[in-house]
Each structure stands twice: as structure tokens, then as C-alpha cells.
Design a protein around this ligand. Structure first.
Ligand code: SF4
Ligand code: SF4
Length: 461
């Protein structure tokens, strides 16, 4: 656990959420668990105050809510009783539980397995995937979170089960034999609706979309909820204790860190304090998330965001390495196997932000296709996008990309394929949405015309 901070800097944006509906005023005192803001685009998911007895500053730092005089007092659950009554009338006891999950910050840990978006908290999934694995290098490991919390985990699973009718819960475990893994297996055997899925400890087999495909779940069959270990622990906290879920276990790792570790922090925890304690590199690139899928943490972001799972630090190369692209690379890996390092056995890699080569056009080496777990051809889609052939990119199934980043990692031409494919997916989605909206407008206009015609016929009679 990191020491208690004096001030918290809560970013108003995270990977999926943008908290635009501010619910507090400048200078207001808040208690731990109070709603500071919500995201109206995501079922009003709340940004909760992680600590009590604080003062809010809305304009002190752009895109942050700053809490000062942070104090560790008894937390309180900010649940609107009126809304609860309404939900109970509409959906019964299961509805109340779902409403609690949303209000107490546990729902933020859920994903739609196919799209990665926040699922509808009142929706009905065809299945739930619970993954105990986190395989991207440097990100918080599931077994670390489960350590000493197995009881909370199984209780969380029971709560989850009580939200469903007959839909299965798939628990994803590593296909290894360890004392702890066997302990979990034995515990889970007693739960009839929890089915075990064992997978190799290899990135990105733990990706939710890949797991859904492996389980033969089709997106046409309805949403698939997906949640990791920390989400199940949050479900337990929200539904057993009715307490807000504001603490996260976050990893700090990478080559620029003196002691890779897992730490308990709350959203808003000052990044600078973490850097002071763990980062030894004077020139470091700090990444919010893992090395393959994380985003560079902008200097303007002062605190840990609500969805942070790990912070990765790499040494920032400030100068280009002289003839870096032909240097043999005895101390770093290359997928192409053309570095001397391919002659070595396993070794600790000197990962930096250096590109080890040049930006250049695609050389059709096919490496990106070889590594792609979605079975698509990233280089082909890249060429279609380069020529603005969006329809062809769609036909090449860009939608199947799970955004794992392996293609960008292996590409010797340094093409950021992952980003290009993500942008293309978003563009196609936007275009589809526009077409949907246009069809709805036309349908509405047609109905109105029909209505007007019937009315005028009635008047004539
Ligand atoms: S295209 Fe790239 S980012 Fe997408 S799934 Fe394949 S390897 Fe991963
Ligand atoms: S890895 Fe890069 S250079 Fe090789 S085929 Fe894919 S896009 Fe082209």
C-alpha cells in the first residue's frame, strides 16, 4: 500500500469513460464514496471520491477534479434510495444488486467481450467470462490479487451467479499445476453453473474476444460480459459490504523501474509520488497500461485514472542509435531472428523506446499475419487503408482485430498497425451508425407521411 497522499488528482477521462456530468461544486466537502461526476454516455457510471473530508477544486488542474486535505474516514455508500425503489419495482432484487454494482463503482470492471465497451448493467448476457489471467507483460497479475482473497472471490462469483438466470459463468484459469491453481480448482468444483476453461499462459490468449470465440459464443447471441479477478472482488465488496470500490491493485513494471511491484492505490493517486518511489531512469517514458496496448501517459495527467491496471516505464532513448538498424542486437530480441541475440538462450531484454530500425513501407514480410491471434492479415488491411479502401478493409475483417498490438511489435518497418486498425474499426462503426440513423430518420419520415395521408383520407370521407 502506498502512503496516504495529501491531495488526489482524479482524471476526468480514462480508457472508456469521460466524466462530463460534474456532480459537486467548487470548494465542496465530500465524503469517501460520494459521486463526484458521472459519464452520461456510459449508463451514468460514477467517478467516486476515494477518500473523505476533502475539498473539491474543479478548475485547479485541467481535466481533473482535485481533492485536498484527504482524510481516511469511514466510507459511505452514495446510493439514491428513491432510484433504488424504482429499480426494485421494475426488476426486483436482482435489479437492486445491479444498481448497487453501478453506484458503488463495481460495474466499471465489466466489459463487453466482443467490443470492450461497458455492458448495459440491466441487460441480460448470454454468458459471463471471468478471467483470472492477465498476460500482457508488466500488467497486474490475477493470482497476486487472489492471494489471501479466495473467499472474497468465491463469494463474488456467488453474487454474480445470483444476477443471472441460467446463463453460464466461464472461469478462465491457466493450464498449469501449482498449489494455488489447484486450490482454486477445488473451490470452484462446488459451483454447478461455473465452468472451468484452462488456457496456456501465453499472451494474448486471455483476451476476452479470443476467449469468447474459443467458447464458441457468437456476438449475434447477445452480449457476453467479461470481468477479471479485480472485478469479482469488487462485486463482493459492493454486494457483501455495500461499500464503494475505489481501491485498485496496480502494477508498476518495465525496465525503468527499480523494483517491479504491485501496489494498492486509489484513483487520483499522484503519479509523481509513484515515480519518485519506483522510477530510477531520469529519461523515462511512462505508459498507462501494458507495453503492447497501453498509452503514453501525458505529462498533464497528474493522477492514476479509474481504469488503470498498471504503469509501465521504459528508458526513453533520446538520441538515435548510430546505425541502430544494422547493429547486431546481442541484448535485445527481434522477431525476425536476424539479431545475434537469436543465438542466445532466454535473457532479460534491454527494452527501450528505441525503434531499432527505420520507418519504411511494408516489405511484405508477413510477420504480422504470422503472429495475429485473430487470423487476419494486418498488412493487407494496412495497404487497403493506405489507399482509402475502407470497404475492402471491412471485407478483410478488420472488425476481428482484438487490438493486442503483436503486429505492431513484430513489424520491422515500424508501422503502427494496431493504431491504424483501431482507427479503421472506429471509422467503420461511425459510418454504420450514420447509416442506421439515416434509415431511422427515413423510416420516421415515411411513418409521418403515412399518418398524414391516412388523416387526410379520413377528413375527405
Ligand atoms: S491485427 Fe494486430 S492488433 Fe489486431 S489482433 Fe491481429 S495482431 Fe493483434
Ligand atoms: S510486419 Fe510490417 S513489414 Fe511485415 S508484412 Fe506486416 S506490415 Fe508489412
Amino acid at each position: 500500500m502506498m502512503p496516504e497522499p495529501k491531495a488526489l488528482y482524479l482524471p476526468l477521462c480514462s480508457e472508456r469513460f469521460t466524466f462530463t456530468d460534474i456532480r459537486v461544486e467548487d470548494g465542496q466537502k465530500v465524503s469517501g464514496g460520494d459521486v463526484l461526476a458521472t459519464d452520461p454516455e456510459n449508463y451514468a457510471v460514477p467517478l467516486l471520491a476515494p477518500r473523505a473530508g476533502t475539498t473539491v477544486h474543479l478548475n485547479a488542474v485541467e481535466n481533473h477534479i482535485v481533492l485536498e486535505d484527504v482524510a481516511l474516514l469511514e466510507e459511505h455508500a452514495d446510493i439514491a434510495e428513491k432510484e433504488m425503489l424504482h429499480v426494485e419495482r421494475q426488476m426486483g432484487a436482482a435489479g437492486i444488486k445491479r444498481y448497487k454494482l453501478l453506484s458503488l463503482g463495481a460495474w466499471q470492471f465489466f466489459y463487453d467481450a466482443f467490443t470492450g465497451a461497458l455492458p448495459d448493467p440491466l441487460g441480460t448476457p448470454q454468458a459471463v467470462i471471468v478471467s483470472t489471467l492477465s498476460l500482457e507483460p508488466f500488467l497486474t497479475r490475477g493470482d497476486v490479487q487472489l492471494h489471501k482473497r479466495l473467499l472474497n472471490f468465491t463469494r463474488g462469483l456467488e453474487h454474480l451467479q445470483s444476477l443471472l438466470e441460467y446463463q453460464p459463468i466461464y472461469l478462465v484459469m491457466p493450464n498449469i499445476s501449482s498449489e494455488f491453481a489447484n486450490l482454486i480448482r477445488n473451490q470452484i468444483r462446488g459451483y454447478a453453473s461455473v465452468k472451468m476453461l484452462e488456457i496456456p499462459l501465453k499472451y494474448p490468449y486471455n483476451h476476452f474476444a479470443i476467449l469468447a470465440r474459443r467458447l464458441n459464443l457468437k456476438s449475434g447471441g447477445g452480449p457476453v460480459w467479461a470481468v477479471r479477478t479485480e472485478g469479482i472482488l469488487a462485486v463482493d465488496r459492493a454486494l457483501t459490504l455495500t461499500k464503494p470500490c475505489t481501491v485498485r491493485i496496480v502494477s508498476i513494471g518495465g525496465i525503468g523501474v527499480n523494483r517491479p511491484t504491485h501496489m494498492k492505490v486509489m484513483p487520483g493517486y499522484p503519479i509523481q509520488k509513484i515515480k519518485d518511489k519506483y522510477v530510477f531512469e531520469p529519461a523515462a517514458r511512462v505508459i498507462n497500461g501494458g507495453i503492447l496496448t497501453g498509452k503514453i501517459l501525458a505529462a498533464e495527467t497528474l493522477g492514476v485514472d479509474t481504469e488503470c491496471r498498471g504503469i509501465t516505464v521504459l528508458r526513453e532513448l533520446q538520441e538515435r542509435e548510430f546505425l541502430g538498424f544494422i547493429r547486431p542486437g546481442w541484448d535485445r530480441h527481434c522477431y525476425a531472428g536476424c539479431y545475434l541475440s537469436s543465438l542466445r538462450k532466454k535473457f532479460r531484454e534491454r527494452l527501450t523506446t528505441g525503434l531499432r530500425g527505420e520507418f519504411r513501407p511494408c516489405i511484405s514480410c508477413n510477420y504480422c499475419q504470422e503472429v495475429c491471434p485473430a487470423g487476419i492479415m494486418p498488412y493487407l488491411i494496412h495497404k487497403y487503408l493506405y489507399a482509402d479502401l475502407i470497404e475492402e478493409a471491412e471485407q478483410a475483417r478488420v472488425d476481428l482485430c482484438v487490438e493486442c498490438g503483436l503486429c505492431s511489435y513484430v513489424c520491422p518497418s515500424k508501422i503502427d498497425l494496431r493504431k491504424q486498425l483501431i482507427d479503421a474499426k472506429a471509422l467503420i462503426e461511425r459510418e454504420k451508425e450514420e447509416i442506421r440513423q439515416e434509415q431511422l430518420r427515413q423510416e420516421e419520415a415515411r411513418k409521418q407521411q403515412e399518418e398524414a395521408r391516412k388523416q387526410s383520407e379520413g377528413n375527405n370521407e
